[in-house]
Design a protein. Structure first.
Length: 685
């Protein structure tokens, strides 16, 4: 006997996911840190992207981790979060009911303490990897069928009977009903209540709205539906804002979010900003960031408002700067191996010269090392000294020497100063500027077999060069003699500076006088030459009033004209640059530009940028742009950021976008190579 079916079957739609976070302790260690999962898709209801974020909470929930889901579907679900130990023991099991519209965020505040996760005793991390499991289960999502009622309301649109108002757009008329319009739209309600001609039965002219858009606007008022919304969504959103139809505006926002692409993201971002569509704005910014390099090259990018560009810039800096920084090369390590070291030393070689090398962080010239033996009278020992040439003194160099077992026996920083030629003798005359040196172990220690510094008579020196300033102002050897002659002339002229004897002109600033010589000023400066040549009272009285310049600045301006030197330039560099521009002292202007570029900071970069624009200092402008690029994350949070000219913000944004694209390409290549390696490994096994 066959029994009949008993009860009902209800499908439980659910899906499980596992999120593995590598290097957790270094990536989530301070308040405000956010870790975002890759997007994934469910098999329930709409196939849609979901993202999960883990937050290090701030303020009241400090020291806790919170977890958040952002789902792209409009259903009721139950979400459970679980964390297991490495032994499989369940240590976190939390469930929440997540009910809401599309793009709603659900989550757990104070999900777990950060200390609990990182504490080795709890055995939560596996080689610093945190694994979170979560399951999303759909609950009953039945809704009342209201289709018939909506159909009836929509049918009123095509029924002239009982209509009592005519709406006109583009010369076309649409019949409607005041009661419905007024009930659904506060704008129409106000319009019909006021004492105006529309109230007395005259047609209502709907300006700035196309007829097709008006039809769908009214259709939504009647039925909550829109036909062919994608084709007119932007215009319809504007109309919805104008007539205070928040539901329609939300619908338009949702459609625009669903159809976001590289081709329309700029327009959507502009519209979202104008209409205060925060969710669309956030998603448009995210898409723009993911495709920043391509989008920022589009002509429409320059049409974005300054506020939007700055917001996008800040997001780009915060979201990607950590990736940019880890690929930004700031150090360079080299190993110098010297074969037959003891043998060559015994053959009276007192110094060893390395092959030339060129770091990969922007120094555009070759660098060499010398290893030299010096006799130290104080200690009656011969010391080994290592000297670097061509690097410049504004860098850090760390020296290590290992024994044959790989143990460090020399570990020190090279002295950050130059060595005088008098100390080193003639051996350096063929080399570029001496940059840094280190005096380390005396040679007996080096040669003693007990210390094991030589591996088969090979000495290995390891140097790590860290850039403090990429700009080097290095001198070529062929210019040394010419420079000496020039220095002699400068020294002679220096003695004339502010010397009353034979002076024939007095320069006055802030009521204070500075004696000078017309011949030198006129020969060295075209502005002074013109001043002395024209028939003016300064020529007759031999006194020149220097307006709009402080006395201290004037002194350094004239000092430079005489000697090409400036005292304490950093303190007055901006005013001195303006004076140099005013008096056409181009070399001083270049010096000021270089000084400002080398002393950029979070406090002065805006002022330097404005001055660079004013004085056409292109190199300084590029230096500031690079400074903003390197410090984008910090700068974008400072009030001064809003003072950065808009074209600079866009330029730096493009630089960031291109750098991030390069990094993403590198990651893709790495993943491709790894995949290839894994395939080969499997075949081999």
């Amino acid at each position: 006997m066959t029994s009949g079916d008993v009860g009902t079957i209800k499908a439980i739609k659910s899906c499980k996911f596992k999120w593995e976070i590598h290097n957790f302790s270094s990536r989530c260690k301070k308040d405000g840190d956010v870790l975002k999962s890759p997007k994934f898709r469910t098999n329930i209801s709409v196939i849609s992207d979901i993202g999960c974020s883990l937050y290090c909470e701030e303020k009241d929930n400090k020291d806790y981790l919170s977890i958040l889901l952002l789902a792209n579907f409009e259903i009721k679900v139950v979400v459970s979060f679980k964390i297991f130990t490495n032994n499989g023991d369940l240590v976190v099991d939390q469930t929440l009911d997540a009910h809401g519209s599309r793009y709603t965020r659900w989550g757990r505040v104070k999900f777990i303490t950060l200390d609990f996760v990182v504490n080795p005793l709890n055995d939560v991390l596996n080689n610093d990897k945190l694994t979170i499991e979560f399951e999303i289960t759909e609950t009953d999502n039945e809704t009342e069928d209201k289709g018939d009622v909506v159909d009836d309301y929509e049918a009123l649109l095509s029924d002239d009977k009982f209509s009592d108002v005519s709406l006109v757009a583009e010369g076309k008329t649409l019949k409607a009903h005041k009661c419905i319009l007024a009930k659904r739209s506060s704008v129409f309600a106000t319009m019909f209540d006021t004492d105006m001609k529309e109230k007395q039965g005259e047609p209502v002219e709907i300006e700035d709205v196309k007829y097709d858009v008006l039809v769908e606007l009214i259709r939504f008022i009647y039925s909550g539906r829109v036909n062919n919304i994608v084709a007119i969504v932007d215009q319809l959103a504007i109309a919805a804002e104008k007539y205070a139809l928040d539901g329609l505006k939300k619908m338009c926002e949702r459609i625009m979010r669903t159809n976001l692409s590289i081709n329309n993201v700029i327009g959507c971002l502009q519209l979202a900003d104008r209409l205060r569509m925060d969710e669309l704005k956030a998603e448009a910014i995210e898409l723009l960031l993911d495709n920043a390099s391509d989008v920022s090259e589009k002509p429409e990018f320059d049409l974005l408002s300054d506020d939007i560009v700055r917001k996008v810039f800040r997001c780009l800096a915060k979201k990607k700067m950590s990736e940019v920084e880890q690929f930004y090369v700031t150090s360079y390590t080299l190993k110098w191996e010297i074969e037959n070291f003891y043998k060559r030393h015994m053959e009276q070689e007192i110094y060893f010269q390395s092959p030339a090398f060129r770091p990969n962080f922007g120094i555009d010239r070759d660098i060499r090392c010398l290893l030299i033996t010096f006799y130290c009278e104080d200690k009656s020992e011969h010391y080994l000294n290592l000297v670097l040439f061509g690097l410049g003194v504004e860098n850090e160099v760390h020296l290590k020497i290992f024994n044959s077992k790989g143990e460090v026996v020399v570990n020190q920083n090279l002295l950050d100063k130059q060595i005088g030629v008098s100390k080193l003798g003639k051996i350096f005359t063929d080399f570029e500027q001496i940059s840094t040196y280190a005096e380390f172990y005396f040679q007996n220690f080096t040669f003693d077999p007990v210390n094991d510094m030589l591996n088969d008579d090979k000495l290995t020196v390891e140097l790590e060069i860290t850039v403090k300033n990429n700009k080097t102002n290095l001198q070529k050897p062929e210019n040394l003699e010419a420079e000496k002659r020039e220095n002699d002339i400068v020294e002679a002229l220096s003695a004339l500076f502010n010397d009353d004897k034979y002076s024939d002109v007095t320069l006055v600033a802030e009521g204070r006088a500075l004696k000078a010589h017309k011949c030198i000023l006129a020969k060295r400066n075209s502005v002074f030459a013109a001043m002395f040549d024209i028939d003016m009272k300064e020529k007759q009285k031999n006194t020149v009033e220097i307006e709009d310049m402080k006395y201290d600045v004037l002194v350094e301006l004239i000092r430079f004209i005489y000697t090409e030197k400036v005292n304490n330039i950093v303190a007055i560099v901006d005013e001195l640059a303006i004076a140099a521009d005013q008096y056409a002292v181009d070399s001083l202007k270049k010096m000021c530009e270089k000084t400002m570029g080398e002393n950029l900071s979070l406090e002065n970069f805006v002022g330097c940028l404005h001055l660079a624009d004013k004085l056409h200092m292109n190199q300084l402008k590029q230096d500031v742009i690079m400074f903003i690029f390197k410090n984008a994350s910090d700068i974008s949070d400072k009030p001064e950021f809003d003072s950065v000219p808009d074209d600079i913000v866009r330029q730096v944004f493009r630089c960031l976008a291109k750098k991030i694209e390069e990094i993403d390409d590198t990651h893709k290549q790495c993943r491709k190579q790894l995949k290839k390696f894994c395939c080969l490994a499997r075949k081999k096994n």
